[in-house]
Write a protein that binds this ligand. Structure first.
Ligand code: FMN
Length: 357
């Protein structure tokens, strides 16, 4: 049998999956219904818990576990140190944003995501088979708690050096995120996120050669060809975000789902204009204007996220894609509006045919 298929099958056996297809954790787009559908189809469900309170993390897990076989990962971000505030600069950003949405009060920039340590405790309480990190590494004490409970740690990385550091810190699986990926770039050092944009074709084999633990490929994979390519390049499984967003179970705004279908690879861009952290979105008129020469630099994360909240909420309410946070990977146009179970099954059937042929 093809060695890539064998490697994928070993991964599936270890994690109780029937197909080596992982739904990517997507904060703000992790409807339980999508994970339930993917897990029931033999893949791995997932929750991007960054914006969720501890009780919501536990409730999400209970719902998905009660309606599936319980194959899912919980994911959160490793926090950066608190940003340096600059009220004068923030005022310029607020003035700029008033051209795109409602007035932005000065205190909007003070909004912070839920407490990281409380989220970690909630993830332990929820007792998933897998917990994953992004933007850095879990503290050793938390890693020890995961290991005590038999919870597997998947570490998202975007460079070879980060992969080595994650393996050294005890990560059981490395998730290599290529620059094609939709949403935030998982770089440990936010300042390097735009400069170090390794594409998955280069990153995957380099990471697979650098570490001894299984590697998952993610970023720009959205059909059987991408899954087969990732496996050929050394991955044991493929993790897919944007490719699942048009499934009805994802329940994202229809304007966003429709726009994905029209988005060519070159119609996406990496910028800091939504949250202050680099992320790949559709190149909407706001994203283009906010990166233009006239626009003030975005405030640091998470200040920019707070400052843009009112515009994003209004865009969402009015179905205006140009003012929504329209994250998209470079393969957005491959995403199909079809049930997630059909997609999950076909991704693996098509990949197997290509790998065997
Ligand atoms: C809407 C959206 C939200 C995301 N949120 C998270 C997150 O909270 N945590 C995380 O590890 N990755 C997050 N990501 C990145 C994905 O986990 C994954 O790396 C990416 O979707 C892969 O690229 P693709 O979208 O081309 O499949 C997000 C991606 C998207 C599209």
């Amino acid at each position: 049998m093809n060695s890539s298929i064998k490697r994928a099958e070993a991964f599936c056996e270890r994690f109780g999956l029937r197909v080596p297809i992982l739904l990517a954790p997507m904060a703000g787009a992790s409807a339980p219904s999508l994970s339930i559908a993917v897990a029931k189809a033999g893949g791995l469900g997932s929750c991007g818990a960054l914006l969720m309170q501890p009780h919501e993390i536990v409730a999400w897990s209970e719902e998905v576990r009660s309606k599936s076989n319980g194959a899912f990962q919980l994911n959160t971000w490793i926090p950066d140190p608190a940003p340096k505030r600059d009220p004068t600069h923030e005022m310029r950003v607020r003035e700029f944003l008033e051209g795109w949405g409602p007035p932005v009060p000065p205190e909007a920039g003070s909004a912070t995501p839920p407490d990281f340590n409380a989220q970690c405790e909630a993830m332990l309480e929820a007792g998933p088979p897998i917990v994953s990190s992004i933007m850095g590494l879990f503290p050793p004490k938390f890693v020890a708690k995961l290991k005590e409970r038999g919870i597997t740690w998947f570490a998202n990385i975007s460079t070879v050096a980060e992969a080595r550091a994650a393996e050294h810190a005890g990560a059981d699986v490395i998730v290599a995120q290529g620059a094609e990926a939709g949403g935030h770039r998982g770089c440990f050092d936010a300042a390097k996120a735009e400069r170090q944009q390794a594409g998955l074709f280069a990153l995957l084999p380099a990471v697979a050669d650098a570490v001894g633990v299984p590697v998952v490929g993610t970023g720009g994979i959205a059909d059987g060809r991408g899954v087969a390519a990732a496996l050929m390049l050394g991955a044991s499984a493929a993790q897919i975000g944007t490719g699942f967003l048009r499934c009805p179970e994802a329940k994202i705004h229809p304007s966003w789902a429709d726009a994905l279908a029209r988005t060519a690879p070159e119609d996406t861009m990496v910028s800091r204009v939504f949250s202050g952290r680099a992320g790949r979105s559709i190149a909407t008129t706001y994203a283009l204007a906010a990166t233009g020469p006239e626009a003030p630099h975005p405030a640091p994360y998470p200040v920019q996220r707070g400052l843009t909240a009112a515009m994003r909420a209004e865009g969402q309410k009015e179905g205006d894609i140009h003012r929504m946070q329209a994250w998209a990977g470079q393969s957005a146009a491959l995403a199909k509006a079809e049930p997630a179970a059909d997609l999950t099954g076909r991704l693996w059937t098509d990949a197997q045919a290509l790998l065997a042929g």
